[in-house]
Design a binder for this molecule. Structure first.
Ligand code: NIG
Ligand code: FE
Length: 413
């Protein structure tokens, strides 16, 4: 038994009956002042005022959280952290005026990382991804979605997914693997797009399904990358094999990816910087989670996704890092939350929901994680701040004091 005693705030973000928070409910995060939490095994057992704590057995381990704030462990529902090498050269080229698309057309961008991943063995990729997960954990992130997508051949995509599986077994984090073989068309298929799509549908997807190597299938649906039709073909095939669906949608151009995500009842549509009015209506109608990635807009110097409009129209908004070597090389998820506040005008309470319960919903896990409620998995982070707003107000630094995964302290600052 682990008891978190006398926190200044315990932020529950309870899910009520709905598995995700929309509209005005997004800011309803149930903050208990001067509260305590009892964890029993891997579950949350009790939450209430410190004054009402039941008598504790002598064997109970006590964490004195006086002056601190307890939140559900953050869920990072969109990362590309299996990669080798860096792309600081492209960062500088963009600062000199080149666009992301121009750099990609010259063979840089995603395909630059593909070259490096193809040369790396499983062990090397694992050793490179591990510290990225350790940094995420140190920022209070206890569950992480991780995509393949820098292999782009059967063997190299399987290799990337094996890295994710190995790191998931290792823990203490919980990883959710996504197959993103449709991240770019690799150079050897430049003149045979149809051939690459066949490879994806006929060989890669069945092999990934057979090996149970991914839970989600994602596509970079974008002008010049995968068209709406190509994305639909691939995602429909994935759904038939039992994959849940995600989509990189309307990131750089308003192609209609959000509408496609809704049509296919995808779990989430991600990025959405260029989402259209019709796209917003479609997501709201189906309940597909809109995962916004303001770190990417920041790093590319682009405009931000219309978070306020999405919230007002009843879309369930989540936030994630997009941690990747090209468009968002950071593991600082609370900083991404600060960007959501200052650049997209989300309230701190809305950001908390977007990083916890709605991010869990974007991974189909809101029943088990993403809020603090008796019976739910004991994934919590204790921050050395007196009030949850300080997480985004005092920005850019790490406020984590302890991270707890499945009832065990797995990180201490
Ligand atoms: O989410 N948009 C596509 N994929 C990544 C970028 C990947 C890269 O440039 O390496 C993203 O922004
Ligand atoms: Fe991404």
């Amino acid at each position: 038994m682990l008891v978190i005693r006398n926190a200044a705030q315990v932020v529950c973000v309870a899910a009520d009956r709905s598995p995700r928070k929309c509209g005005a409910d997004l800011r309803n995060i149930q903050v208990h002042a001067q509260a305590s939490v009892i964890l029993r095994g891997e579950r949350i057992d009790w939450i209430g005022p410190t004054a009402a704590l039941p008598p504790l057995p002598a064997y109970a381990q006590i964490l004195d959280a006086t002056g601190k704030t307890v939140l559900p462990g953050f869920v990072d529902s969109h990362t590309h952290l299996v990669f080798a090498g860096a792309r600081a050269d492209e960062f500088e080229q963009r600062l000199n005026g080149a666009t992301y698309q121009e750099i990609a057309a010259r063979g840089g961008g995603i395909n630059a990382s593909v070259q490096r991943v193809r040369q790396a063995a499983v062990e090397e990729l694992t050793a490179l991804a591990r510290p990225r997960l350790q940094r995420l954990l140190a920022f209070g992130v206890t569950t992480v979605e991780v995509k393949s997508g820098y292999g782009l051949s059967l063997a190299d995509e399987i290799k990337s997914l094996q890295v994710i599986a190995a790191l998931n077994r290792e823990g203490p984090w919980e990883l959710v693997p996504t197959f993103l073989g449709a991240h770019a068309v690799p150079p050897e298929y430049r003149d045979d797009r149809a051939g690459y799509l066949r490879l994806l549908v006929e060989e890669m997807l069945p092999a990934v399904a057979e090996g149970q190597l991914a839970e989600f299938c994602d596509v970079f649906c974008e002008t010049g990358v995968f068209s709406l039709d190509e994305s639909r073909t691939l995602l429909a095939a994935a759904a038939k094999l039992g994959f849940k669906l995600k989509l990189h949608a309307d990131e750089l151009t308003p192609l209609g990816g959000a509408e496609l995500a809704a049509q296919l009842q995808a779990t989430s549509a991600d990025h959405l910087l260029c989402i259209t009015e019709r796209g917003i209506d479609a997501l709201a109608a189906i309940g597909t989670v809109a995962t916004l990635l303001p770190g990417t807009a920041f790093f590319l110097g682009m405009h931000y996704a219309p978070a306020r409009k999405l919230i007002e129209r009843g879309v369930a908004v989540a936030l994630a890092s997009d941690c990747n070597p090209g468009t968002c090389p950071t593991e600082n998820l609370p900083l991404v939350g600060a960007m959501a506040c200052t650049q997209m005008k989300m309230l701190p309470a809305e950001v908390v929901s977007a990083l916890t319960i709605n991010a869990a919903a974007a991974l189909g896990r809101a029943e088990r994680i993403g809020s603090l409620e008796p019976g739910k998995q004991a994934d919590l982070t204790i921050f050395d701040v007196p009030d949850f707003r300080h997480l985004f107000y005092h920005f850019g630094v790490n406020h984590v004091w302890r991270v707890i995964k499945r009832g065990r302290v797995v990180h201490a600052a």
